[in-house]
Design a protein around this ligand. Structure first.
Ligand SMILES: Nc1ncnc2c1ncn2[C@@H]1O[C@H](COP(=O)(O)OP(=O)(O)OP(=O)(O)O)[C@@H](O)[C@H]1O
Ligand SMILES: [Mg+2]
Length: 486
């Protein structure tokens, strides 16, 4: 039998090639037409098989992921490191040398790719509806972006290579990656609201992602700090001489946190509102080595709760003046304790979900509404930036945040060694009182436990609350494998 072949002849070969490369449009086979009216544009994006502008989640993603992540990086083990190793880079001396900086860069490049690959794997194990949630998808895309960029970054052989690498990592920290923290929390809240994942498992997942985030950021930030210190002429680097751990005056941090709280209370009510007196007792002169941003965040969130409750109690009961807030500082050999006591009547809501990120469904919805009220946050998407300016989307990503509590303020200058660590949590701390996110205690517990400490809350109904924050003395545990939360 004679078979007739009819080949489509294209007059323009280039157009033919383009047609062949264009992905097939399967939407006509879909039994359900996508609903677009009344749905936020960012949600429509997640209803498609592949997000339109995504660089990674496309037809090739499965195979790419299999080759590079599943069969390669996910097989490698992360290296838990101690704080001392982080500061000295395995040669047991504090002297800063060019070789040490280069070694540090090499370590960071490989370690970050391994650690982020582990987290991508964890996200891939989640039910599709969860990882396909708009916010989690942003995190997934961002993690994949980080994984690919670290993996592909050329080998670091010289100091010049390392400078390029330092600039590259700095941009990653400040770019859309800095949005991952709010996206993680909002993703958890949305999944709780829609009953997509059990609450206890979601809390576990979020704590795990946050702990590994702290470790990764610390590893990167220490490298940036060590590089800029070397460039600015420092010959030595120890944990204390580096920039990450600094001597913190407990009293100063408490007074600053109290001032912030007062500002927020005045902003929420009226400028002349009577303010609670802050009494500091015990080891009032305590100075200790800690991460300034983490300390600021922890004390800030705890005092915020105390101020908020105290003012509400003052108004509710029509008191002459708000009751004082007392902070008792205790210095132990291995730890520091801050007990924040208020007389605001104790905790009214149920105790059991105090430590949950998602609380109840209703609370999750309220928190989500407040997140959405933080201007710019709900609509900014990683896809807005990725194609337009692949290398440095930070400025674009930052634009919707200008004049909001999330406006980035971190500045870094290699030669002057100025860099603000952990900006995202400080930005979260600076939200006005009325925007209750319902995650303060849950977040603080993760951070306190990370630093060998703890956070407990004792409520005496009708009287008040004692929030007891314990922080480990990190200078006593420098050889402990601290960055093992991978
Ligand atoms: N000192 C306190 N006095 C009375 N209630 C408190 C106190 N601290 C916490 N709570 C209660 O515990 C809840 C959870 O606190 P948490 O800090 O986790 O979230 P939030 O304060 O509601 O929101 P966010 O801190 O994110 O703005 C609060 O809503 C409040 O009901
Ligand atoms: Mg709070």
């Amino acid at each position: 039998m004679k078979v007739q072949c009819t080949a489509v002849r294209y007059k323009h070969p280039a157009r033919a090639a383009r047609d062949l490369l264009r992905p097939a449009d399967f939407s006509k086979y879909s039994p359900v037409k996508p609903v677009r009216e009344g749905i936020a544009p960012y949600v429509v994006e997640t209803m498609k098989a592949y997000p339109e502008k995504s660089r990674y989640i496309n037809q090739q993603h499965y195979f790419q992921n299999r080759t590079n992540l599943v069969n390669d990086y996910a097989q490698k083990q992360p290296h838990p490191v101690s704080l001392l190793q982080l500061a000295q880079y395995y040669d047991d001396s504090a002297t800063l040398t060019k070789q040490k900086i280069i070694n540090s860069g090499r370590f960071v490049k490989e370690e970050l790719a391994i650690r982020i690959a582990g987290k991508i794997t964890a996200l891939q194990q989640l039910p599709f509806n969860v990882v396909n949630n708009f916010h989690f998808l942003q995190v997934y895309e961002s993690y994949y972006n980080i994984f690919e960029r670290f993996r592909k970054f050329p080998a670091i052989k010289t100091m010049e290579d390392n400078l390029e690498f330092a600039e590259f990592t700095r941009k990653i920290l400040q770019d859309f990656n800095s949005l991952n923290l709010p996206h993680l929390i909002m993703g958890a809240l949305e999944c709780t609201t829609f009953d997509l994942y059990p609450r206890d498992k979601m809390d576990e997942l979020l704590s795990e992602l946050l702990r590994s985030r702290i470790s990764r950021r610390l590893i990167v930030e220490e490298h940036l700090s060590v590089t800029s210190n070397f460039l600015s002429g420092k010959k030595e680097n120890t944990l204390v001489l580096g920039d990450i751990f600094q001597e913190c005056s407990a009293r100063e941090y408490l007074l600053n946190a109290a001032r912030e709280c007062e500002r927020f209370v005045q902003g929420m009510y009226f400028p002349a509102i009577p303010l609670p007196e802050l009494q500091i007792e015990g080891a009032t002169d305590l100075k200790f080595q800690f991460l300034p941003t983490h300390l600021k965040y922890l004390l800030g969130e705890i005092l915020r709760n105390a101020y908020d409750a105290t003012i509400q109690e003052y108004i509710r009961r029509g008191l002459d003046k708000p009751a004082p807030i007392t902070v008792t500082i205790v210095e132990n050999a291995d730890s520091y304790i801050f007990r924040v006591s208020d007389r605001a009547g104790g905790i009214i809501t149920g105790h059991e979900d105090l430590w949950s990120f998602c609380k109840s469904k209703e609370r999750a919805k309220e928190s989500l509404d407040n997140f959405h009220r933080l201007p710019g946050l709900q609509t900014i998407s990683i896809y807005d930036d990725m194609y337009d300016t692949c290398i440095s989307p930070s400025l674009k990503a930052a634009r919707p945040y200008i004049n909001t509590s999330l406006a980035p303020t971190g500045q870094w200058n290699v030669s002057k060694g100025r860099y603000k660590f952990e900006q995202p949590i400080i930005e979260m701390l600076q939200r006005p009182f009325r925007y209750k996110l319902g995650v303060g205690l849950a977040m603080c517990k993760v951070y306190a436990e990370y630093w060998n400490g703890d956070l407990r809350v004792h409520s005496m109904p009708g009287h008040g609350v004692d929030a007891v924050l314990t922080l480990g003395n990190l200078m006593k545990s420098t050889v402990k494998k601290q960055l093992d939360r991978v």
